[in-house]
Design a protein around this ligand. Structure first.
Ligand SMILES: N[C@](CCCC[B-](O)(O)O)(CCN1CCC(O)CC1)C(=O)O
Ligand SMILES: [Mn+2]
Ligand SMILES: [Mn+2]
Ligand SMILES: [Mn+2]
Length: 301
């Protein structure tokens, strides 16, 4: 079992400084050794350096902020993730904001064209250039992956290799009006916190997998935004929304996905160690490390 840690100190998809420091905090909390203890052979060739990209002149396109930076960073991440996957390693991407998933999932789909995506988030991250209200591209990666928005030439490299029947959401509770319409019109399956309350997390995960991976024979890319968790569980993140997943619900999802034996790629996104007091930051980082361990085979018994 080989895992390649891809540290992505990137914050261009959203306005709050600090989320680029997420990877270093997760690594310095000991994540690589924690995974070695689980029996993984871990490669971590340092955090991605994006300097040369962050210097380019990058005026907004419409209201989209840092579009060229986000695009170039994601393109680089896609190549890195694809390379690790080709090499038989499970890419573990540590964010950094969730716009990076445009890169990670593109990379996974290059190697596993039949992969499905399980997206854990308070948000749908599916705004297009015409529906986004913020212009923050971390609220848009899914629309680019599905090819819903071909109006931005800078993102033409994102081949729409993901289809609407191959993504499922768990944890939604802050979906913009435009996104609700997109989800409905495209028949995209989403289990909001309402369904989690109604059916319980066990049934929700089963239904989610039955939808995107009925025979449990497709590779799974798990993209986990820590803001899917309740802010009392993961406080130090850029867009917290109350009424989220409990510590256990978050871990159950990771444990159940690991149990399928289908996991081929994992993202742990949106840990921003500069948005809370030291204790709350430590808690958020520790929860992030714990979720990763659960997704990579740590069990309670
Ligand atoms: N949908 C949001 C949040 C995206 C969060 C991205 B993440 O990766 O963290 O999941 C929210 C926009 N919303 C507009 C109305 C305002 O009142 C509140 C924010 C957006 O900015 O598009
Ligand atoms: Mn997100
Ligand atoms: Mn989110
Ligand atoms: Mn977030």
């Amino acid at each position: 079992k080989r895992v390649a840690i891809v540290g992505c100190p990137f914050s261009g998809g959203q306005p709050k400084p600090g989320v680029d420091k997420g990877p270093i905090h997760l690594v310095e909390a000991g994540l690589p050794d924690q995974l070695r203890e689980l029996g993984w052979e871990v490669t971590f060739d340092g955090h991605h350096q994006f300097e040369e990209i962050s210097t380019l002149d990058d005026p907004p396109i419409g209201i989209l902020k840092n579009p060229r930076q986000v695009s170039k960073v994601c393109e680089a991440v896609a190549k890195t993730v694809e390379g690790h996957a080709k090499d038989g390693q499970l890419p573990l991407t540590l964010g950094g904001d969730h716009s990076l998933a445009m890169g990670t999932i593109s990379g996974t789909l290059s190697q596993y064209p039949n992969a499905c995506v399980v997206w854990i988030d308070a948000h749908a991250d599916i705004n297009t250039a015409s529906t986004t209200e913020s212009g923050n591209i971390h609220g848009m990666p899914v629309s680019f992956l599905l090819g819903l928005d071909a109006t931005i030439p800078e993102f033409a490299w994102v081949k729409p290799k993901l289809t609407t029947d191959r993504i499922v959401y768990i944890g939604l509770r802050d979906v913009d009006a435009g996104e609700k319409r997109i989800l409905r019109e495209n028949g995209i399956k989403a289990f909001s916190m309402h369904e989690v309350d109604k059916y319980g997390i066990g049934k929700v995960v089963e239904m989610a997998l039955d939808h995107v991976n009925p025979k449990r024979d497709l590779p799974i890319h798990l993209s986990f935004d820590v803001d899917a968790l309740d802010p009392t569980v993961a406080p130090s993140t850029g867009t917290p929304v109350r009424g989220g997943l409990t510590f256990r619900e978050g871990h159950y999802i990771c444990e159940a996905i690991y149990e399928t034996g289908c996991l081929v790629a994992l993202d742990l996104m949106e840990v921003n160690p500069s948005l809370a007091d030291a204790e709350a930051v430590k808690q958020t980082v520790a929860v992030g490390c714990s979720l990763v361990r659960s997704a990579l085979g740590e069990t309670l018994l």
